[in-house]
Design a protein around this ligand. Sequence first.
Ligand code: GDP
Ligand code: IMO
Ligand code: MG
Length: 425
Amino acid sequence: MKTIALVGAQWGDEGKGKIIDILSETADMVVRAQGGNNAGHTVVVGDETYKLHLIPSGILYKGTVCVIGNGTVVDPKVLLAEMDALKSRGVSPESLKIDARAHVILPYHLVIDELGEDARGKADIGTTKKGIGPCYMDKAERIGIRLVDLIDRKTFAEKLKRNTAIKNRIIEKIYGGKGVNYESVLAEYNAYAERLAPFVTDASVLVYEAVKSGKKVLFEGAQGALLDLDVGTYPYVTSSHPVAGGFCVGAGIGPTLIKEVLGVAKAYTTRVGKGPFPTELNDATGQRIREVGQEYGTTTGRPRRCGWLDAVILRFAVRVNGLTGIALNKLDTLSGIEKLKICTAYKKDGELVRDFPADISELERCEPVYTELDGFNGDISGAKSLADLPPAAQNYIKTIESQIDCPVLMIGVGPRRDQSFKVVR
Ligand code: GDP
Ligand code: IMO
Ligand code: MG
């Protein structure tokens, strides 16, 4: 059996949840290894829609072990609410395993996320305000509180006391905000700890043993390559590593254990939050894509910025993730647009740029160079193979492949499980 890592190839929201759900049918284990409830992964099963933020999308299959790895940040309140919501819909979260080393998002992280964004003014990042960045800051500063600390009453009380004192000074003296109350946080989080304790384990061992014994393990990426803290469009990024390498650190395993890396992309480009976006469409076509594709954030409800497919970005994603294939979603959304454009390179100060720039100020000066293709019409949402697609849609796929040196292995023509097909050649 192969271990497959699935990553977002753009700025997140590429439809990773749907693809993970499809692949989970035959998986034994699904692993999240970075990010937290800034993610919003949608899975549509028949008439039911599930929006998962922290729990791996494999949870919908009975018997699939779902792991939240050490590289994630866990908001216990959100996690328990998500578990309860699933339970109330008949989905058991009992197969969940959470690594003891994962860091805990606490109320002061949420306050600091909000105040930090306000303080940045016009230079704000547009974070999801879920406390993700401030929690990872504590991890890097080595004052973070981990799950293993949370479930040990004495340790938690001590660390929380120390951190609350530090954080309240920052909140009150630097930002002029209102600090959090140690006693009430302690009582509230002790109750969460009691409920979460049975799920806490050494997930690195579980994942390693599953792979070694030939089980099929899927790694579920959150966010996307361009939101990676190191290689993304810094500072307009998240605080973790959504690229494939992030799975190794974030699940506590080595790179030789991952055999395939599937990048999920949309047939166009979207982004939520701030930062440069070369192929953004601030016109009727962008508006049309937003409405037809229902491009509104799963986590924050914010309208997503929409634009043409950018092959420079996909080439970047192929490189930084070592992609072995692409799952291309939302082809159906483009139906009815007369002419489609694919950005093949950028023009910067009169020069042709083929590789995604490392420097954001350079990216800001980049103008897209497009190749224009005939669009396609009609309802393609029932397509089951490449041959079912209109010739212009097939040509669109072929053009993408010729630009990125990576095969398109799956095509999405609708949000449901049965609206993706494997490309057979
Ligand atoms: P994720 O964060 O990568 O899991 O993606 P989101 O769930 O945030 O956003 C993707 C949206 O597109 C969701 O509403 C999905 O139900 C939807 N979706 C996924 N694949 C397709 C597709 O092929 N066609 C259409 N029309 N919608 C899709
Ligand atoms: P999924 O897994 C899209 C973006 C935010 C913001 C930046 C930093 O659903 O694809 P953060 O709260 O992480 O500090 O915000 O990252 N962002 C996402 N955008 N999809 C996501 O996740 C995202 N998670 C974070 O909008 O620009
Ligand atoms: Mg999402």
